[in-house]
Design a protein around this ligand. Structure first.
Ligand SMILES: [Zn+2]
Ligand SMILES: [Zn+2]
Ligand SMILES: [Zn+2]
Length: 261
């Protein structure tokens, strides 16, 4: 299985509009971070995790093939604003399956009512065909040959989803997780997890030290930090501050999970 980090930036993206700091002015492409999304692929199945406002640009970097499902972590703008941009996939492959928790689907219906008419035959011409499927925490779902375990994490007070797929887990926008959740992460080898910056606590996102602590407790061999701000500093220097096995992810980074692909 292969995982591509399509975006690793926090909600504003990096560079931040109007910012003249050394990170935002850097020529190193690894200092440029689109909003968070990832593509999980086996030989026969492709799943997208989140579809934020940069998704069109992100998907231009990968072959145009069917996407078997979109897993939604939560309904914040930086994770769902690009769903409409999946239209070409909807046209070419007869719609797209979107997997989200109850609550998220209601939010999507409010924000994009033209995609969800009460009479499906009355769909606005040209609108994307999004089939929303309800998913529940700790109830695995199977798409093609990929089995996904939805995990519960908290984004400030907001319960949102993380996903475990085999020995890989993807957690974004987390502030904390219940102790009982670690049972569902046992055996995870490759962890992608959010870490906003090194210092200055944030009400809804954990920091680098928090992410390292979680990664250590899970026992992940390889950890990549995502949803980061320009405040971490230049990519190489920031990475030098991290312990063995932990690195900042970068846009376009490909991870081979267990050498299966
Ligand atoms: Zn976010
Ligand atoms: Zn900056
Ligand atoms: Zn969020």
């Amino acid at each position: 299985m292969k995982v591509t980090l399509l975006g690793t930036g926090t909600s504003s993206g990096v560079p931040v509009l109007g910012c003249n700091c050394e990170v935002c002015q850097s020529k190193d492409p690894r200092d440029h971070r689109l909003r968070c999304a990832a593509l999980v692929e086996t030989a026969t199945t492709r799943l997208l995790i989140d579809a934020g406002p940069d998704i069109r640009q992100q998907l231009l970097t990968v072959p145009f093939r069917r996407i078997d499902g979109v897993l939604i972590t939560h309904s914040h703008y930086d994770h769902v604003a690009g769903l409409d941009d999946l239209r070409p996939y909807c046209y070419a492959f007869q719609g797209i399956d979107v997997y989200a928790e109850t609550g998220v689907d209601e939010r999507l219906r409010q924000v994009m009512p033209y995609c969800f008419p009460s009479d499906p035959k009355a769909l606005y011409p040209g609108a994307p065909i999004l089939r929303i499927h309800d998913i529940r925490v700790h109830e695995p779902l199977t798409t093609g040959d990929i089995e996904v375990m939805p995990l519960r994490v908290y984004h400030d007070q907001l319960p949102i989803l993380g996903f475990r797929i085999g020995t890989f887990a993807y957690i974004t926008d987390m502030k904390r997780m219940d102790d009982s959740e670690y049972a569902y992460l046992e055996g995870v080898d490759t962890l992608v997890i959010n870490a906003l910056r090194f210092d200055r606590p944030h009400h809804s996102h954990q920091l680098v030290d928090d992410a390292i602590r979680v990664a250590r407790r899970i026992g992940a061999r390889k950890t990549r930090l995502i949803h980061v701000t320009h405040q971490i500093g230049l990519h190489d220097k920031a990475n030098a501050r991290l312990p063995e096995g932990v690195k900042f992810g970068y846009d376009g980074e490909v991870m081979d999970i267990n050498g299966e692909l």
